[in-house]
Design a protein around this ligand. Structure first.
Ligand code: NAD
Length: 522
């Protein structure tokens, strides 16, 4: 198989759930998955399933907190150590498998996910509280990552020629690094987990995958896909448990070669520090790929083309999946002359958002992920009431789930906590800007630098935003969420991360090292 023999990469299309056949297929999948709830899932170490001990990790549905989704093992320190050792042991075997064969397995994983799309959507709806369309986008992105990285690996397997010196044959090849610890977040429990894992495996590394404790069942289902796609069971170890319990051990183990982390700034910086310390018997500088949080701003300029379209873009960016996206708009910077008119459009849109259990497709908004998240978000809402004016929402919505009505605060200043701290929930802070200069200054007044958007028709202001708005993913006249694999390579500046650009042509290089060989011709 070669890159030329494959059709060009294209994003997996989203299905329209207003069509009866798609809707009925999803209803059937939800019923099938519901019949499978509460099962126990083992660990996978050195190719063998391990039942674990008495300590279990229970995963519940945030829409109906009494509904048990899956029972998982809390890996012990001994199991975590054995997982690293097993991945280390198998690394030379997996690294020797030709890139074409590894890429073929990634393509098979995409194919299997495509066939099981409804089922994966259903797990996402029930375990993470995504609405139907958000679940479809998550599954489609997982398929995209598998399809895209397979092609990128084939490209990197045949790098272009080097400058050839007289009498010498010069070659550059990319070889894998070693054992990778994969630490994904819960908010894209399939797409990001699949992307991070497939990227490491397709490049020839072996991995220890430790999913988030909030969404371990989706991870366990993805493990089934890897096995079915033909990835050797020894090439990936599946370890569930609290990140805070086995995380440090995995990160600091001397045989860990790299850490691929996506999650909060606090945990990412801790991992970065820990990984920087060379351990006894460690033979390399560990590589850390850390994609972290955001405090993403949308600027609406007085020369906006269409206020309604901008308001719809802000609503989608701020409140899609209850604001629990690293790319979510949490700061809205409004140019003074349109401040009041824009809010007059925005507030009714937020108030009209339907909310309730995510398995009902009538609901745009579902729950936040956990009781702990609910508590943190509600406490930020109390802070917001001190710092600014609550214009709408911010209270609990009816139901047993963790439902919070989308909150909009005006009068938030650049030094307020609501302006600076990632809340990771449906809370939007609105700030006035005197003019475009002021708006750009405010937008850049953040430790983060992940996504941002500007709504304006003025070409000079667009040019200034392109040059001066310091974010990894800048959007002009559109929402700041919904990055597509291949089209919007994704990753942030500043304390938003290492700017790895997932879903882009450079991403796989982070899991490889280049070997340069010069052979004298005799
Ligand atoms: P988190 O930092 O709590 O956890 C992320 C992962 O790290 C989980 O698997 C967790 O179990 C693990 N972990 C926790 N403590 C650990 C430790 N001491 N050692 C090793 N691993 C440990 O983040 P989360 O709540 O799962 O996700 C939400 C965060 O992720 C938000 O800040 C969001 O902005 C960010 N995020 C960023 C991106 C991006 O691409 N930049 C994408 C999605 C989410």
């Amino acid at each position: 198989m070669s890159l030329a023999s494959l059709p060009p990469f294209a994003n997996e299309p989203y299905r329209d759930f207003s069509l009866p056949e798609n809707r009925e297929a999803m209803e059937r999948a939800l019923a099938r998955v519901r019949a499978d709830l509460g099962r126990q899932y083992p660990l996978l170490i050195a190719g063998l399933h391990e039942p674990g001990g008495i300590h279990k990790l229970l995963s519940y549905n945030p829409s109906y907190p009494a509904e048990l989704i899956g029972v998982h093992q809390k890996a012990s320190a001994d199991q975590a150590t054995r997982a690293i050792e097993a991945a280390y042991h198998y690394f030379p075997i997996w690294a020797a498998v030709p890139a074409e064969d590894r890429a073929a397995r990634a393509l098979r994983a995409a194919h299997i996910l495509r066939q099981r799309k409804d089922e994966f959507n259903a797990w996402l709806i029930l375990e993470s509280g995504k609405n139907w369309n958000e679940a479809e986008a998550d599954t489609a992105e997982a398929i995209d990552f598998c399809d895209y990285y397979a092609r990128q690996m084939l490209r990197l397997a045949s790098p272009g020629p080097l400058l050839q010196l007289p009498g010498e044959l010069g070659v550059l090849t990319y070889i894998p690094l070693g054992v990778g610890v994969i630490l994904p977040p819960w908010n894209f429990p399939l797409a990001i987990l699949a992307g991070m894992t497939i990227a490491a495996l397709v490049t020839g590394n072996t991995v220890v995958l430790k999913p988030s404790s909030e969404t371990p069942t989706i991870a366990a289902k993805f493990i089934e896909v890897l096995l079915e796609a033909g990835f050797p069971p020894e090439s990936f170890q599946f370890l569930t448990g609290a990140g805070s319990e086995v995380g440090d051990l995995l990160v600091s183990h001397p045989k860990t070669r790299f850490i691929s982390f996506t999650g909060s700034k606090e945990v990412g910086l801790h991992i970065n520090e820990l990984a920087a310390k060379t351990q006894p018997r460690q033979k390399w500088i560990k590589r850390v790929v850390a994609e972290m949080g955001g405090k993403d701003a949308i600027l609406v300029d007085r020369e906006v083309h269409d206020l309604d379209a901008a308001a719809a873009g802000v609503i989608a960016s701020a409140f899609g999946f209850q604001g629990q996206k690293c790319s979510a708009c949490s700061r809205l910077i409004l140019d003074e002359p349109l401040h009041d008119a824009f809010l007059a459009k925005l507030i009714p849109l937020a108030e009209a958002l339907t909310q309730g259990p995510a398995d009902d497709p009538a609901h745009f908004l579902g729950p936040v992920i956990s009781q702990r998240a609910e508590k943190t978000i509600l406490s930020y809402i109390e802070t917001g009431k001190q710092e600014g004016a609550l214009l709408t929402g911010g209270h609990k919505a009816p139901g047993d789930g963790y439902f919070i009505r989308p909150a909009i605060f005006s009068g938030i200043e650049h030094n307020h906590r609501l302006f600076q701290e990632e809340i990771f929930g449906p809370v939007l802070a609105v700030t006035r800007a005197r003019d475009f200069d002021d708006a750009l200054r405010l937008a850049n007044d953040s430790d983060y630098g992940l996504t941002g958007a500007v709504y304006t028709t003025n070409p000079e202001k667009i040019a200034r935003a392109r040059a001066e708005f310091h974010v990894g993913n800048l959007y002009i006249n559109r929402k700041c969420t919904g990055a597509m694999v291949g089209a919007h390579p994704f990753g942030g500046f500043n304390l938003s991360g290492t700017d790895s650009k997932a879903g882009g042509p450079d991403y796989l290089l982070q899991f490889l090292q280049a070997k340069s060989i010069a052979q004298k011709l005799l």
